[in-house]
Ligand binder design. Sequence first.
Ligand SMILES: *Cc1c(COP(=O)(O)O)cnc(C)c1O
Length: 395
Amino acid sequence: MSKATKTPNKTHKQDTRLAHSGRDPSCHHGFVNTPIYRGSTVLYPSMACLEANAQDYSYGRLGTPTVEALQTTLAELEGGDATLLTPSGLSAVSAALLAFASAGDHILVSDSVYRPTRRFCDNVLKRLGVSTSYYDPLIGGDIAKLLTDKTRVVFTESPGSQTFEVQDIPAIAEAAHARDAVVIMDNTWATPLYFKPFAHGVDVSIQAATKYIVGHADAMLGAITTTKETTSAVARVHDELGLCPGPEDVFLALRGLRSLSVRLERHQKSGLELAEWLAARPEVARVLHPGLASDPGHALWKSDFAGASGLFSIVLKPYGRQALAGMLDDLQLFGMGYSWGGYESLIIPFDPSSYRSATIWQEDGPGLRLHVGLEDIDDLKADLDAGFGRLAAGA
Ligand SMILES: *Cc1c(COP(=O)(O)O)cnc(C)c1O
């Protein structure tokens, strides 16, 4: 790799690399940030150069210095061989699955997976002759019993979307590798800073960079990071599907990445404080946050993860829809919206009972997923406290 990025200094610690990796001001007249390169055509100086394809960039879709800056940095942070960017987190998921699953193959997917991932498996992959079985996210090494000669992929996501089960990734990976299956992990919740997928046996790691990496709710982007063994299969599908992200979105992700560590520290601190506060509320039946000592996934989270982000769920005591709407509709700071990871707090009701198939979601009260943003924690508590007042009044 030559181009517009410096070779990373392996002795530097993570926060130093966050500030310095993937950029080389000397390539850009001294300007600190790699600029937004826009372009389709890349000109070749000679026929010999064109025939040998002997230059760093060849075609807009296949990469620019802006794209490469982010790819290099993410690969380094996740601890993988290479990273490829896609226009969304979901396209990173679907391209990674298409890279390994072919007609006649079987794949195993965690029951707690991001719901659109599930839809891709149930619709597109099914149509292409790939069969999907969902497994209990807490299965651990017992996944060996579900692996068949046809199983090509074990798809994991930890902690799980909405319900936050922590998966035993090393045990799952060991069983999968014994049967030559590829382990893909959606690592969006922890980001590359709080979980190192390749140190835990993962072969392909997915980031919805849309979330914490962009960090400001203003761009869509996905990333697939691979090992030496899995890079070529992913690179081929990525190329053949023509998955190239928009240059502004890549720039915004690079800019967000520089402050990821300090933002996550605050998301973690406020998230844990709010989770503990919520656990003590009479309206709350259960808090689903692996960072809490009382959480069933806490021990595994503590041994495998370096931190917790600001996304977790609660289950309320049984309240009706109208009381819940009374609570949510008038919140001042917690917005109702899906795409988390920005600087702002969010809340959204959820109910996995209608689509989970390997596990049963049996809770009497409604589920709420919270994203704790960077606001002052006292203001966030006051907003929820007033909401709980409306909830109780509407019951
Ligand atoms: C949001 C999300 C995605 C999809 O990302 P988009 O950029 O919105 O397509 C994938 N996985 C997880 C866990 C997510 O939360």
